[in-house]
Design a protein around this ligand. Structure first.
Ligand code: ATP
Length: 386
């Protein structure tokens, strides 16, 4: 029923020049009908169009409930799209059931079989291969060992999941997904159950494995730092809508709108009510920068925490609230009448020139770390600041 291209054939190998696959989403939409009379339908994914290039790791990022898992479930085939199409290379897989799409899925909760050993857990998906994909016992064992080596759990093959750490269990889950030689690897918050240190280590592992196998991978997370550090490209979502897709640094430096700017970066960007008037950028009464070719208007002026410099003659005058020494850097907490939130956070290399008893602190502002957004649309205004 499905041509050879639609099955993950036994010829494919987990190798450096391995399986590559472009994923194309076109106007993909998922609508969940309302459950009660007065409630509107939920549009979990709204007219998604983007392309994930061959062999890349893409981080799908956004706040809870924005539709990340739904996108993943649509790509995997576990859920049917209401509208739109999904292509793996040139194959339209929109109506192909999950088991014929050749995807490997790794979930947050590992979903290992507790009564089976690590080896048997990894062997399990291959035992369901049918027809020409069927493998001999020896071949299955060889493949299981190859996948286990890749994720560095080959010495734990006889253990049961309960005898493994969380990180090791997640590696078994990854090996089990890889052993099918998937065309696409889908990971839904795979690190959420791990503690901070293991999370860091496992995300580096995932990056290494993805680089080695070059399997096109979609990685869902709500943790912007995780997405930024691991991904070739990030896709930022909000309320089912695509906000921006790009390289992590590019999205951080040139966010499409205020939502994306606020979502990326820790500590978060500091947002002020501002205005452009006569080629100057005002924050309250303070003129903080010059602006070229932007008509007079109300704006949001947003400054990254690393964009402030202590400067006795600086134009941004803030009330000093506190100084936090963080080891390598110093965080200056301050307030300003035009600030959108309660306090701003400036990260500076040293507080040597700062009197932490002073009532006021003055900053000059780095134009490269300052962004302006339309008050009406919240879209970024591409402005030359100096
Ligand atoms: P999280 O990070 O919290 O897992 P998410 O970004 O993965 O969130 P989804 O699980 O994709 O979000 O959900 C997107 C929206 O669709 C949410 O508003 C959710 O309540 C809704 N939703 C998900 N599944 C269903 C369903 N079966 N029926 C109705 N609404 C649903």
């Amino acid at each position: 029923m499905y041509g050879p291209a639609m099955r993950f054939g036994v010829q494919q190998t987990i190798s450096r020049d391995g399986i590559k696959m472009k994923i194309v989403l076109q106007h993909l939409t998922k609508r969940f009908p309302n459950r009660s009379k007065n409630a509107p339908d939920v549009i979990a994914v709204n007219d998604f169009t983007f392309e994930i290039p061959d062999g890349k790791l893409v981080g799908l990022l956004g706040p809870s409930g924005c539709g990340k898992s739904t996108v993943l479930n649509l790509v995997s085939g576990l859920m049917k799209a209401t509208d739109g199409q999904i292509f793996f290379d040139d194959d339209d897989v929109t109506r192909i059931p999950a088991e014929h799409r050749g995807v490997g899925i790794v979930f947050q909760n590992y979903a290992l079989y507790p009564h089976l050993t690590v080896e048997k857990n990894i062997l399990f998906p291959m035992e369901n291969f049918k027809g020409e994909d069927r493998l001999s016992k020896a071949e299955m064992k060889k493949r299981a060992l190859e996948a286990a080596r890749l994720v560095q759990i080959d010495t734990l093959m006889d253990r049961k999941p309960a005898e493994l750490s969380g990180g090791q269990q997640q590696r078994v889950a990854i090996a089990r997904a890889l052993v099918k030689r998937p065309r696409v690897l889908l990971m839904d918050e795979p690190l959420s159950n791990l503690d901070a240190r293991l999370r860091l280590q496992t995300r580096e592992e995932i990056r290494r494995i993805q680089r080695e196998t070059k399997i096109t991978t979609v990685f869902v997370t709500h943790d912007q730092e995780e997405a930024m550090s691991i991904s070739d490209l990030i896709v930022v979502m909000k309320d089912g809508m695509l906000q921006q897709i790009g390289k992590p640094q590019q999205v951080y430096d040139c966010p499409a709108n205020l939502f994306v700017a606020k979502f990326l970066g820790t500590p978060p960007i500091n947002v002020f009510h501002g205005r452009v008037s006569g080629g100057r950028l005002y924050v309250g009464e303070d003129v903080i920068l010059r602006v070229k070719d932007v008509p007079d208007q109300e704006v949001y002026a947003a400054i990254r925490p690393e964009g402030f410099q202590l400067d006795a003659n600086g134009h941004l005058k803030c009330a000093l609230r506190g100084v936090e020494i963080m080891g390598r850097d110093v965080s200056v907490v301050a307030s300003h009448p035009a600030l959108e939130g309660e306090q701003l956070r400036a990260i500076i290399p040293s507080a040597r020139n700062l009197d932490d008893e002073a009532a006021q602190v003055r900053f000059s502002v780095n134009p490269e770390k300052t962004l302006i957004f339309s008050k009406d649309t919240q879209a970024r205004i591409d402005a030359e600041l100096s």
